[in-house]
Write a protein of this length. Structure first.
Lengths: 259, 306, 306, 259
């Protein structure tokens, strides 16, 4: 019965799920965030309500959906509405506590690019674009970012700002958000396959815990700037056997996202 | 109430979609009319501006087939899988050949809503401190007349044609949808012409039994096409599942232009219509996509009055 | 999902409606919570700003009872019958004592929508060349950032409390409505506190069986009050008819301040709660208002997936 | 079997109903317009779709509703929507061919007052206000007005302009409507208990037919300005027996509105 040790991706999912303890309404993205949110609902956040930008509130997916518009998130949900109402009344209306975002590029202030690599008019790589990300970054009370970390994704300067984070610094961002009446307070945590980052009052991300097996050198090599490290840096707590069992047996038995 | 609008897909597309049109085939993941997209390819339409929040595989196919010169969208990908490579090939590098007009999801919803409501703009709290307004100058700041607050505006979107797949309609085009509603209602009301494609044609009495379920009234519909399984590999809630396996397979097909061309030949050009596509899919695929059980909504009572 | 929000009307009003609040009891003809209005009168609330598109008899009664200092509305009358005389007495002549803030229907709908969406304004094509913007300076012109077109704006409306009657809800406040939907959803999302009053308390599974029917999610609801017949003389589609006879009778009651006071004493102050009101109405009235038959919506299938 | 002769109110209803011949989508007000529209649906306009501002499209009322929010217009309708959609997508979206309005006061240009008699801040009579009238006047492709005529209701100058008609004249009104992108072309007919009025290119109403039994002197006495009379003024055609039967036996058997 001794389980295989946790992979880095599993550590990332478990760490992200634990961040949801006590949260109420969560805007779910597909893929890794979806697994993290479903894990949280089965462990640290049984009261969590799942919102999907496709128009679903209070989803009870019977299987892991491949897309955020899968029929399994509809059947048995509390409410299914038009996207005008979902984005207008639920998200912009300020009813979402946590929004999950992924990123192709992120900078030290949590600003995110999911639009292009290279020049906008003549891109090297055309990425999907905003979708609802730009609105989630502005309207969700706080934003959790989940992504794999590398020197190509953690960059000094993002090629395009799709979703605002702490802009050019914490104070200016807080002032702007207040002035312009944003509901959101911006990014509060970035969970990667190497560790967990939080944001200081200067708006810059700080590594607060390191996954067992990862090293600070590895983190520095996978970060496009000189990263701030918390003086009380700790190892990320190990996943519980039950968390691993849920991921492996219930949430992603095919290992589509977690291997 | 009024005369029947039931038509074949061939006749509906021939009559209502013209070269150079702006065309919205809407439906967020759910109810995407692949059947209409394929018929547009077969009829060789050119120079279309394709409009969708999420272009999805259908626009990758239509772009690959040469129907389009522009794309208006908010999220460009194969959801949960990867990229739309045909579209990427025409948008990356030094000489993109497909004009992109890009918004966020709420921006696209706001555009359709302004189009449906005949508003000159729709205001929203988005785009602050992003590069999107610089990339798309049609996203503009606007000041509130109360307290000078700044928000952003998007312009109305009024497609020449909107095509919507739905679970059912009557012959006059009164259309009902359940499950994800996306922005179909807004896209239909915003359009000059509307084609509704349905799983089932039903009697007017079925529609009138549950008027709150009606998404699109017949008065704005030009043609009703009956095409069971017409949304595959997208899905129709309660009728069949999303064919996620095909979405995964598309990644490799789309990545290779020759394979993509062969796919278009085999599954679109060489088939006369959707009935042939259904047959070619075969009973095993249809069976695989059947829901695992039923989940009835239950009935509510509107009551008779007089 | 979460704990029960079920409360008595007395407790809900005591906890959630305070002197000086702005209160919207919404519902266009349909589903007007007279039960909540009467409890507010009984608890002697003062200085309320009453918000409704159509103040209807309930606000004539609440104004007569002295609960209100202001009214925000778009159509002030007894529909199809005549006037709301208690309100007229406080608004006509040299020294009106009730502050009126007046819009059109679409203006009020736009205000709630802006409130629900946290927009600083809602634009609409109305008020052109009328005296309404002069009468109400909160109706303001706004220029489109596209082509300079002029439309009008109304400001967001965010009631302190919105009270909505509905056919059914679960204990967490997930609420479903059929028939006329009015602007209840917008008024609820716009509000700081929400009270839902229902004909029937149902199991969560009933709600989840038909998620498209859900108008208000429990997450924005503070209290659920179960009060069958709580909308009388308004109505609940499928449960009972509008008591048009009482609307006709109100004309004479409302015209005479003494008769109106006597009516309030008999039907509000001297009754402890809605159960007593129901009993006083008597079985004949309840029978008279029963629908003449049933009109089932029919059931649709959402399908099981996984 | 010989029926009682038509009353003036019945003549008004029949004349209004006949105006709907060939029309498709009609925005119904309660009371007299409601009877006229229902009569038209049973006679000259079988294709007519009834829209109620309460959110109903394609109503099939089983009885005459006292209010425009009666449950009888809901059961069996084609569509029932929120008021945001009804006013936004149907009316402002330009889908309504004919809107019916009543009036407390009207001027020669078809401008309408339903707000106050006297000064706005200190009114002699407080009327209901706009409701949806202001939007109907602007957005419905054309507007039919049905009202009883008297020197108090047909006035030289209305006390408050709730719903715009031809403003200060036909040309200016047409220019403004075009410039500001109104869908509506304004009032096209006023049907009263005395006769039928249409609008000339100068925007002023002209009496084009006189109900049998009414006289020109009566019309002049019930008009607060010197009314324009069409040179080819004709008597309003008599109601058909079937029209009267429908009104008396089916649409208003209690005579609530028609007597």
């Amino acid at each position: 019965m001794s389980a295989a040790p946790a992979t880095r991706t599993e550590r990332m999912i478990v760490a992200a799920a634990r961040e949801l303890a006590g949260k109420r309404v969560c805007f779910v993205g597909v893929g890794l965030p979806n697994i993290a949110v479903n894990l949280a609902q089965r462990t640290v956040a049984p009261e969590l309500e799942l919102v999907y930008e496709s128009g679903v509130y209070g989803a009870r997916p019977g299987r892991l959906p491949l897309s955020i518009g899968d029929p399994t998130i509809v059947t048995g949900a509390t409410a299914v509405t038009s996207m005008l109402e979902l984005f207008g009344y639920y998200l912009q209306g300020g009813r979402v506590d946590v929004g999950f975002l992924g990123a192709a590029q992120i900078d030290r202030y949590g600003n995110i690019n999911t639009t292009v690599i290279g020049d906008y008019a003549h891109p090297r790589t055309r990425l999907p674009g905003s979708g609802g990300a730009c609105e989630i970054a502005i309207d969700a009370r706080e934003v959790f970012i989940v992504m794999r970390q590398s020197a190509r994704s953690f960059v000094e300067r993002i090629d395009f700002r799709t979703s605002p984070g702490n802009l050019g610094g914490g104070e200016a961002a807080a002032r702007l958000r207040a002035e312009q009446g944003w509901t959101g307070h911006g990014p509060s945590v970035v969970v990667t396959d190497l560790g967990v980052w939080r944001f200081g009052t200067d708006g810059e991300m700080v590594l607060v815990s390191l996954h067992p097996g990862a090293t600070l050198d590895e983190v520095r090599g996978a970060t496009g700037w000189a990263p701030a490290i918390a003086p009380d840096l700790r190892p990320t707590p190990e996943p519980e056997p039950e968390e691993l069992r849920l991921i492996r047996e219930e949430l992603d038995p095919a290992g589509l996202y977690t291997r | 109430m009024s005369g029947s609008k039931v038509a074949t897909m061939r006749d509906a597309i021939a009559a209502l979609v013209r070269d150079g049109d702006s065309v919205a085939i809407e439906g967020f993941t759910h109810l995407i009319s692949f059947a209409a997209g394929h018929e547009i390819i077969r009829q060789g339409r050119r120079d279309l501006t394709l409009i969708r929040m999420t272009p999805d595989l259908i626009y990758d196919q239509m772009v690959a087939a040469g129907t389009a010169s522009g794309l208006v969208f908010s999220w460009l990908g194969n959801p949960g899988v990867g990229s739309l490579h045909a579209i990427r090939r025409r948008t990356e590098g030094d000489a993109p050949t497909l004009a992109l007009e890009e918004y966020s999801h709420f921006g696209m919803v706001g555009r359709y809503t302004a189009g449906a409501m005949r508003l000159p703009f729709f205001p929203l709290r988005s785009y602050f401190e992003t590069d999107l307004p610089a990339a798309n100058p049609r996203i503009r700041p606007i000041r509130s007349p109360y307290g000078d607050e700044l928000v952003y505006a998007v312009p109305p979107l009024n497609p020449d044609v909107t095509i919507v797949h739905a679970q059912r309609a009557d012959a006059a085009g009164n259309t009902q949808i359940w499950g994800l509603l996306g922005c179909q209602k807004e896209a239909a009301f915003a359009a000059d012409r509307v084609i509704v494609v349905v799983e089932e044609l039903v009697d007017e009495a079925v529609i009138r039994a549950d008027p709150n379920r009606t998404a699109i009234p017949g008065v704005i519909v030009d043609a009703v096409v009956v095409e069971p399984f017409g949304a595959h590999p997208s899905y129709s809630q309660g009728h069949y599942d999303r064919d996620s396996r095909f979405y995964v397979e598309w990644e490799a097909i789309s990545r290779d232009p020759e394979r993509l061309d062969a796919w278009l030949r085999e599954w679109v050009h060489d088939l006369p219509d959707r009935a042939a596509y259904r047959e070619k899919l075969g009973p095993e695929t249809l069976a695989r996509l059947r829901p695992t059980g039923s989940a009835p909504s239950g009935s509510v009572d509107y009551g008779r009055y007089g």
